[in-house]
Design a protein around this ligand. Structure first.
Ligand SMILES: Cc1ncc(COP(=O)(O)O)c(C=O)c1O
Length: 157
């Protein structure tokens, strides 16, 4: 309905994105978005402390799941290298929170963005605990780190 569209337009303007899509809850977002992006031929790589809804979404997608210890960039890079391998057309999705619900610390976001660029991966960033708290106008950790423009999907297929 029009009010929903207006809400999504306002959110997109606030987040400086091309578009926004609203869900009824954070859980619905996780289990809706990840299976829409990835399937059985793909790889989802999660930070170990990611919210349970993100893990459920990754499982539901049917993709191969890989987990790296919290904020462990070397392990993340090894998993990216393994997932990318010779599979240029495979979708590789990194999933992390920006401010972690369990520990209250922040993802090493600039480094993760650099890695996802290097390996042609996508990044899904759950800003549930950062929007309204961090960054200019409360736009979140991506805005604070200056990587808001990093969400350029590369449709590999
Ligand atoms: C990081 C994160 N993502 C998703 C969710 C799920 O959100 P909701 O409770 O709206 O389903 C939560 C809930 O605490 C969360 O902390």
């Amino acid at each position: 309905m029009r009010p929903h569209q207006q809400l999504e337009e306002c959110l997109a303007a606030f987040k400086k994105t091309d578009a926004a899509l609203t869900f009824s809850s954070g859980y619905a977002t996780s289990v809706g978005v990840i299976p829409a992006l990835c399937g059985k031929d793909d790889v989802v790589i999660l930070d170990k402390l990611s919210h349970a809804s993100l893990i459920d979404g990754a499982k539901l997608s049917g993709a191969t799941l890989r987990v790296f210890p919290h904020n462990h960039l070397e392990k993340l890079e090894r998993l990216l290298a393994g997932a990318r391998g010779d599979h240029a057309s495979r979708r590789v999705l990194i999933v992390t929170e920006s401010i972690f619900s369990m520990d209250g610390d922040a993802a090493a976001l600039r480094e993760i963005v650099a890695l996802k660029e290097r390996y042609g991966a996508w990044l899904m960033l759950d800003e549930a605990h950062a929007v309204g708290v961090l960054g200019p106008q409360g736009r979140g950790l991506a805005a604070q780190c200056g990587v808001e423009g990093g969400w350029r999907f590369r449709w590999a297929r």
